[in-house]
Design a protein around this ligand. Structure first.
Ligand code: ADP
Ligand code: MG
Length: 154
């Protein structure tokens, strides 16, 4: 695995990254969004889903209570929020493996089921910066990160 750091000074850059990541996705991909409350996990997930749907106004409700929201798009997306997950075995009932067979999984609070995530998971780790922005560290398969570098021209 390798890693890559990206500075996200404001919400718009977080949204732009979510949109750009669409180009790097294929069925079976899992993106783990890790960071404290308010880091920007849902902001990125929402932008990514709207870009994939080609619908800037698509409702993307937070899966806080339902734990998962499924989007039947060109590439199906399952958006998880595992904050309230009791045990990682509950992922079975939520259809995690089936979702990965057909499309991609976006997972907020992935530490709740770390043992169940694919080895090839792309990890996005948020840190708050003193100027009010975010520093995002992407960690995952080398070829996935190369692909992302090319998409972002960095
Ligand atoms: P989370 O899902 O991680 O709890 P949300 O995406 O719901 O966080 O909320 C993130 C908050 O931070 C929003 O108010 C958003 O406007 C703001 N935000 C998102 N990205 C950035 C950024 N790169 N820099 C500063 N603020 C951001
Ligand atoms: Mg959230």
């Amino acid at each position: 695995a390798s890693s890559l750091s990206i500075t996200l000074p404001d919400e718009a850059t977080t949204r732009q990254l979510g949109e750009d990541l669409v180009l790097a996705l294929k069925p079976g991909d899992c993106i783990a969004l890790q960071g404290d409350l308010g880091a920007g996990k849902s902001t990125l997930a929402r932008a990514l889903i709207r870009a994939l749907a080609e619908d800037a106004e698509l409702e993307v409700p937070s899966p806080t209570f339902t734990l998962v929201q499924v989007y039947d798009l060109r590439l199906p997306v399952a958006h998880f929020d595992l904050y309230r997950l009791g045990d990682s075995s509950e992922l079975d009932e939520l259809g995690f493996d089936e979702a990965l067979e057909e499309g991609v999984c976006l997972v907020e609070w992935p530490s709740q089921a770390e043992d169940r995530l694919p080895k090839q998971t792309l990890w996005l780790n948020y840190a708050f910066t003193p100027d009010g922005g975010r520093e995002l560290t992407l960690t995952g398969p080398t070829e996935k990160l190369s692909r992302i570098r090319r998409i972002l021209s960095i």
